[in-house]
Ligand binder design. Structure first.
Ligand code: NAD
Length: 323
């Protein structure tokens, strides 16, 4: 078989790239250490007759991109989410799309839990307090937070990541688990003692912490909006490590500012990398820059999985993670 020509839209950990090199594929890796604009991506893809593309969640893969690189019949996304890719259009054109599921489940669940603990214990706020020289001695009511034990954790989307967060909450912190998902999951209910609610509204009303784990779809955009925020307990916390547009960020800002809910912790934003103006000034929100899967171990494994999807395709097999 002739050598394959692959375009990689940004430098990723070497382990996967080395697997491609071992197959003697020729790799062109974008030299820009940043997100390519649409025009830059089209320009680069037009340079050579690429057989495949390894792309990132920051690349918008649409008809225009498919047109620019008519030769490429596979786009391997370096992410589990694939809302950045027009999959319907790809299918029409016989283009294969793959993702990297599973491997980041534990890492994202751990980051989610870090956010849950951090917002409940006011960790980031307390750290700022000390750094700003405000700590002048122990005080009985200084920076009081909330316990997790006995509280209800509401999981919105009990798939791989959501169910893993629930597992940690149940086993490690004695929390009660409630969930809403379009598909009830009997196994999950048994494993975590989780109680199913048949609408997001009911789930929001009973939860002390709500952790969002649905994919971004037309049906999940602004799933958490002003009205739903007002259904939450005033003492509740909202955590989002899924995709930013699932939450109406303006409505969330207003709810946090006005005390409609107690706090939030966000790893993803509606218009990344922008953060809704004013959110950064609030003490009751923790903001991390889309790093929930960012461990050395996981980012390397993601690189390998994206590579193995490409290799399987070019070996004439069905890629393990075709979407
Ligand atoms: P998954 O497919 O295993 O789980 C998603 C769950 O959401 C499924 O159980 C599905 O039935 C449910 N769901 C779908 N539509 C729904 C709706 N309208 N209402 C309620 N439930 C609905 O996915 P996963 O591996 O758990 O990942 C979840 C999401 O997390 C990904 O789609 C991705 O966007 C995001 N993610 C973010 C990061 C990050 O770095 N912050 C990393 C990995 C994944």
């Amino acid at each position: 078989m002739s050598s394959k020509l692959i375009y990689v839209t940004r430098k990723i950990p070497e382990s996967g790239l080395n697997l491609l090199r071992e197959k003697k594929y020729e790799l062109d890796i974008s030299e820009k250490d940043g997100v390519l604009t649409k025009d830059e991506l089209i320009r680069d893809l037009k340079r050579k007759p690429y057989d495949g593309v390894l792309c990132l969640l920051t690349d918008n893969i649409t008809s225009e991109i498919y047109d620019a690189v008519g030769t490429a019949k596979i786009f391997a996304n370096y992410a589990v989410g694939f809302n950045n890719i027009d999959v319907t259009e790809a299918k029409k054109r016989g283009i294969v799309i793959t993702n990297t599921p599973g491997v980041l489940t534990d890492t994202v669940a751990e980051h989610t839990f870090a956010l849950i603990i951090a917002i409940a214990t006011r960790l980031a706020e307390a750290d700022r307090f000390v750094r700003e020289g405000k700590y002048d001695g122990w005080a009985p009511e200084l920076l009081l937070g909330n316990d997790l034990k006995g509280k209800v954790l509401g999981i919105l989307g009990a798939g791989r990541i959501g169910s893993r967060v629930a597992y940690h909450a149940k086993r490690g912190f004695d929390m009660s688990i409630a969930y809403y998902d379009i598909a009830p999951n009997a196994e999950f209910e048994k494993e975590c003692g989780a109680k199913y609610y048949s609408s997001p509204d009911e789930l929001l009303a009973v939860s002390d912490f709500v952790s969002v784990h649905v994919p971004l779809l037309d049906s999940t955009k602004h799933l958490i909006n002003k009205e739903r925020l007002s259904q939450m307990k005033r003492t509740a916390y909202l955590v989002n490590t899924s995709r930013g547009p699932v939450i109406d960020e303006k409505a969330l800002f207003e709810a946090l500012r006005d005390g409609v809910i107690r706090g939030a912790a966000l790893d993803v934003f509606e218009n990344e990398p922008k953060v809704y103006p004013g959110l950064e000034k609030l003490d009751n929100v923790i903001l991390t820059p889309h790093i929930a899967s960012a461990t050395i171990e996981t980012r390397s494994k993601m690189s390998e999985i994206a590579a193995l999807n490409l290799i399987a395709y070019f070996d004439g097999k069905t890629p393990p993670n075709q979407v």
